[in-house]
Design a protein around this ligand. Structure first.
Ligand code: F6P
Length: 361
């Protein structure tokens, strides 16, 4: 008999529940117990946030967005911000307490589902002696060690559907619509949805853009009797001066900068330089919501089942990864080493260029 604890950390992504479903059922089949740690590591810190998960608790959840055990994207247990009596913020390490609770509960393994930040925390716990297995999650698809992360396909489908809808209104009003999508420092969501949704220009962090080139593309549309345009901008896109637009430093307890605002910046430049009626919108967290696509559900369930197989084999300190058509285990150290960027020589980028999409360069 084994006792597993599972957590979901970082920004949510469609498919989290499908992983939980697969882990609970695969463990149940082996006669093992599963507990959910609510809100990342909080359940391991505070025992009343630990919940026992039985097959009946996860019935049908594979089709639901979000995570039934909650998630949190700030508060690294190795560097946790707390307010002292003088009202000042101090950073403390609470990882020992979490490890002690893990051992006291008699857990054999922690299955940590997360993106780069949560997997880095999982790596540190693994180094500290906790048997951990990581599962790669993020709509950004920016983990180098796996062919795909779950959540990405759903986010792309949502963004593509939004672009489809924007075409008709842009056309009715002869407008330029600038759509900002998520993805942090990688342009995957922008590239995939932009191509599939018929964008005229796609601006991604991997290709610094010159706004003049974007405006030329829009004016070229007009010359060819297309008086509207759709521009997709990744939130981390940079102009040719290397400027990234952000909402400032990360929130307390969060190391990364909160991105956002580039869409409106691009729209204002286009308006001024072309005189075109231009609007911008931010798809934001819509991309993280809703039911996972078939691809994401299946991938998430495969990750969950593969993670339980690793527990059975005693392979800890690793993350399950898709190496199509199979699953492999990569060390957590390798899993968090680098971010996956769009390959500018790839067939998708060539396709975008060949069908006349401006990438801003
Ligand atoms: O990493 C996933 C992600 O959705 C990014 O694409 C985005 O920059 C960030 O999280 C948004 O985080 P929050 O939910 O804190 O606004």
């Amino acid at each position: 008999m084994k006792k597993i604890v599972i957590s979901t950390g970082g920004g949510d992504a469609p498919g989290l529940n499908a992983v939980i479903y697969a882990v609970v059922r695969s463990c149940h089949k082996r006669g093992w117990e599963v507990y959910g740690s609510r809100n990342g590591y909080k359940g391991l810190l505070n025992m009343d946030e630990l919940v026992r998960l039985e097959p009946e608790d996860v019935e049908g959840i594979y089709a639901l967005g979000g995570t039934i055990i909650g998630s949190i994207n700030k508060g690294d247990p190795f560097n946790m911000p707390v307010e002292n009596l003088a009202g000042e913020i101090q950073f403390i390490d609470i990882s020992d307490k979490i490890l002690n609770n893990f051992q006291r509960m008699g857990f054999d393994c922690h299955i940590a589902i997360g993106g780069d930040g949560s997997l880095e925390i999982a790596r540190q716990f693994s180094e500290k002696g906790m048997p951990v297995i990581g599962v790669p999650k993020t709509i950004d698809n920016d983990l180098e060690a796996t062919d795909r992360t779950f959540g990405f396909d759903t986010a792309v489908a949502t963004a593509t559907e939004a672009l489809d809808k924007l075409h008709s209104t842009a056309k009715s009003h002869d407008r330029v619509m600038v759509v900002e999508v998520m993805g942090r420092e990688s342009g995957w969501i922008a590239l995939y949805s932009g191509i599939s949704g018929g964008a005229d220009a796609i601006l991604i962090p991997e290709v610094p853009f010159d706004i003049e080139n974007v405006c030329s593309k829009i004016m070229d549309n007009t010359l060819h009797e297309k008086d509207y345009a759709i521009v997709v901008v990744a939130e981390g896109a940079k102009n040719s001066k290397g400027q990234v637009i952000s909402k400032g430093e990360g929130e307390l307890g969060r190391s990364e900068v909160v991105l956002g605002g580039i869409g409106e910046w691009v729209a204002a430049e286009i308006r001024e330089r072309t005189g075109k009626d231009t609007r911008s919108l931010v798809l934001g967290h819509l991309q993280r919501g809703g039911s996972p696509t078939t691809f994401d559900r299946l991938l998430a369930m495969r990750f969950g089942a593969a993670a339980v197989r690793l527990v059975e084999q005693g392979v800890f300190g690793h993350m399950v990864a898709l190496a199509s058509p199979t699953m492999k285990a990569v060390s957590l150290a390798d899993a968090v080493r680098s971010r996956k960027k769009v390959d500018l020589e790839s067939d998708k980028v060539l396709t975008a260029r060949e069908i006349g999409i401006c990438l801003g360069d």
